[in-house]
Design a protein around this ligand. Structure first.
Ligand code: DGJ
Length: 702
């Protein structure tokens, strides 16, 4: 029996005959000895049922049908049609600190599986598995899935779907019999990627209740399941979605499954989020440990393909005046890329777009104390490009068939050494020639035919991009990389190990963005999530929003601007300055605090905040999305503060709405003092807000 436990969760493994099962995963338990483990097993063992087998398997790690499991097995594979079933015996299971490493052997199939579970101090459970072919002949691996048992009270599943400009929309449904599956075979995690799958009780909210989550830390094809079986087992599982023939192991070869990341929370979805944040932030190379996240002006929506040095200089002047720290030149600076039909693959500065090269504009930007960033999309190629004309064989394709196009582009086969080196060397040359602190790396189409020399290679292509990012960072210390994919199409817990920022979505409309940011932030900390103030009339939804609502929307992330700021009038410019000043002053807290999201909001509004770990300071935002049915908002409580402490509560008026649907501001406006206890239980009467306006609160312990 092995019991891993940290501050709030436990996982218990126990022998089950010559196999191994997860006896329990959930709320932290006290110390358990062997006898207690036996009692727990006795207490939890399910009966063998009439009409079924004479055995009733426990929550076996490998879930073999040969051992009586009636749901999905962990492993599926064969040797050209034989050795298609498995029965593994556990040959060793050892504990090292808060890790459990088990080795399983199936002598008949000739397969060995090693799997490590590590429960981190943040209660994140990491799972890493390796499948090895120990026998003669090829083993065709079709799937390896990690599985964890769910408690009876997990009766709903929450997962996420989406598309371009509407990523990570929640759907919550009951766990009925059968399997709830989310699969992604876009060759990237994708806009429709669930980002994590959560099993929870129907009463679980942000601030209360139990939740169990599982996600693949992987940017390629993926599969997430919740399975409820007729024998009473309920489980959550995930793995890499392998294409036929993608992994064929020769004797002695291994498949290292991508890591899976799970967590249990007994403090609602906020607990689940805070576990992820604290785990990600504990990494030694975590980006905020390197430097604060610079306020970024990305020029895509300001100029699109109309690169004009004079106009960009004027924008840089204004950027310097309002306090921007990084300016990013987006698509269109290279090769024949004057529109999106040509040029991808030719990563050489275009004389047409930039007759003087990039050196003068970069110097101009740097001289104002601002960093420069540049856009690439290295995994792609237009057929109208020098690269494609020279190497038409360097695209992913089924031999003899050109894949359908996506944005007039094809996918470059990075598993081919020549193609990989072409991209690496061209990008490297640009980075070596110019002072570039940051690259925005895009990926704008699905991998429909991910075939190289006749074989599927999503896995190898995914590994290649991880390798490319790591190599570029090694060659250019301090370089930061943003993972973009038609907006938020490649945001996942795998890419977070290789990139420093995600472009959350091409959706800059703040109303739409609130939902996208809320749910992307379920597992990804705000310091990774690019959030920009867009133009007054948004380019995606064509809605008009006040600059303060846009600024409030962009504050809780890695903040920036995506707008030709020379269009901003005097009042908008002042609000932009206030936004940037507030961000710079408070980004330390915005990017380190504990998340609080209120369950108590009535109607279409959101209240969320971040509280410093010592609870001496907090920032909250109230966003009124559509109009309230009553003359709300009702009295609003603020959770997560220290009960005993007296706080000065101040409305940050420069960034908050001031034009209410009521005769005058509330009596306490714009500041008062209350204790954390009073704020949590008595709360504040907020003004009646117009739709698409918001309030920003600063809390300071007295
Ligand atoms: C898609 C990205 O999401 C945008 O931000 C922009 O970089 C364009 N691609 C450029 O083509």
């Amino acid at each position: 029996m092995i019991h891993l436990s940290q501050s709030r969760s436990s996982i218990i493994f126990a022998h089950n005959g010559d196999s191994l099962e997860v006896l329990y995963w959930g709320k932290k338990l006290g110390a358990i000895d062997k006898a207690a483990a036996e009692s727990i097993r006795a207490a939890r063992t399910k009966p063998a049922f009439h009409g079924g087998l004479d055995v009733a398997p426990g929550n076996l790690i490998l879930r073999e049908h040969a051992r009586g499991w009636i749901g999905h097995p962990a492993l599926r594979g064969h040797r050209g049609g034989v050795n298609a079933t498995n029965s593994f015996a556990v040959t060793s299971a050892v504990q090292k600190n808060q890790s459990m490493i088990a080795v399983f052997t199936d002598a008949i199939a000739g397969i060995e599986i090693e799997i490590t579970y590590t429960l981190t101090p943040s209660d994140i459970l990491l799972m890493d598995a390796k499948v090895t072919n120990t026998s003669e002949g090829d083993y065709f691996l079709e799937q390896f899935l990690y599985w964890l048992p769910l408690a009876e009270q997990a009766d709903e599943v929450l997962d996420f779907y989406g598309h371009w400009t509407k990523e990570r929309q929640p759907q919550r449904r009951s766990i009925d019999y059968g399997v709830i599956t989310r699969e992604g075979f876009e060759g990237r995690s994708g806009h429709d990627y669930t980002i994590t799958q959560v099993a929870l009780n129907h009463n679980t909210g942000f601030r209360h209740g139990e939740a169990w989550s599982l996600a693949m830390a992987w940017s390629g094809n993926n599969i997430h399941h919740v399975e409820r079986l007729i024998d009473g087992h309920k489980s959550i599982g995930a793995g890499e979605y392998l294409l036929p023939g993608e992994v064929i192991l020769k004797k002695g070869e291994s498949y290292a499954a991508p890591r899976a990341v799970a967590t249990f929370s007994d403090r609602g979805l906020d607990g689940l989020t805070n576990n992820h944040y604290s785990w990600i932030r504990s990494r030694t190379n975590h980006i905020t440990k390197v430097r604060p996240r610079p306020l970024t002006l990305n020029m895509w929506e300001a100029v699109y393909f109309n690169h004009n040095e004079e106009g960009i200089r004027k924008m840089v002047d204004k950027a310097a005046e309002i306090g921007v720290e990084r300016v990013v030149l987006d698509d269109g600076w290279f090769g024949s890329r004057r529109n999106d039909r040509a040029g991808l693959g030719d990563w050489v500065v275009s004389k047409d777009a930039w007759p003087n090269g990039l050196a003068p504009i970069i110097k101009y930007i740097n001289d104002k104390g601002i960093e420069f960033g540049l856009w690439f999309e290295g995994e792609m190629v237009n057929r109208d490009s020098d690269l494609y004309r020279a190497h038409p064989d360097w695209i992913l394709q089924e031999p003899g068939r050109i894949p359908v196009e996506g944005r007039w582009q094809q996918v470059l086969d990075l598993t081919k050494e020549g193609a990989y080196n072409h991209v690496l060397n061209q990008v490297d040359a640009v980075l070596s020639e110019y002072n570039i602190a940051y690259i925005k790396w895009d990926h704008n189409r699905h991998l429909t035919d991910p075939i190289s020399d006749g074989r599927p290679v999503v896995r190898k292509q995914t590994e290649a991009i991880y390798r490319m990012f790591d190599e570029l960072k090694k060659r250019h210390p301090g370089l930061e990389i943003e993972s973009c994919s038609s907006g938020g199409g490649r945001i996942d817990l795998g890419m977070i190990e290789h990139a420093d920022r995600f472009w959350t979505s091409d959706q800059n409309d703040p109303l739409e963005r609130q939902q996208i940011q809320r749910w992307t932030g379920l597992v990804i900390p705000p310091e990774f999530l690019g959030t920009h103030v867009g133009p007054t009339v948004g380019h995606q939804m064509h809605r008009t929003h006040s600059v303060s609502f846009r600024a409030l929307n962009a504050l809780f992330g890695h903040a920036g601007i995506e707008w030709n700021i020379n269009e901003a009038d005097a009042q908008e410019t002042e609000t932009l300055k206030a936004y940037i000043n507030f961000y710079k002053k408070h980004r330390g807290l915005l990017h380190s605090g504990t998340v609080v999201r209120s369950d108590e909001i009535i109607g279409d509004a959101q209240l969320y905040g971040t509280v410093a770990h010592d609870k001496k300071e907090a920032i909250f935002t109230y966003m009124q999305l559509t109009s309230a049915d009553n003359f709300g908002p009702l009295v609003t409580t603020f959770d997560g503060l220290d009960k005993e402490t007296m706080y000065q509560v101040t409305v940050v008026e420069e960034l908050s709405a001031s034009d209410f649907i009521q005769k005058k501001a509330p009596g306490w406006w714009p500041a008062l003092t209350l204790t954390g206890d009073q704020l949590a239980h008595i709360g504040l009467q907020l003004p009646v807000l117009k739709p698409e306006t918001g309030l920003l609160f600063h809390f300071k312990a007295l």
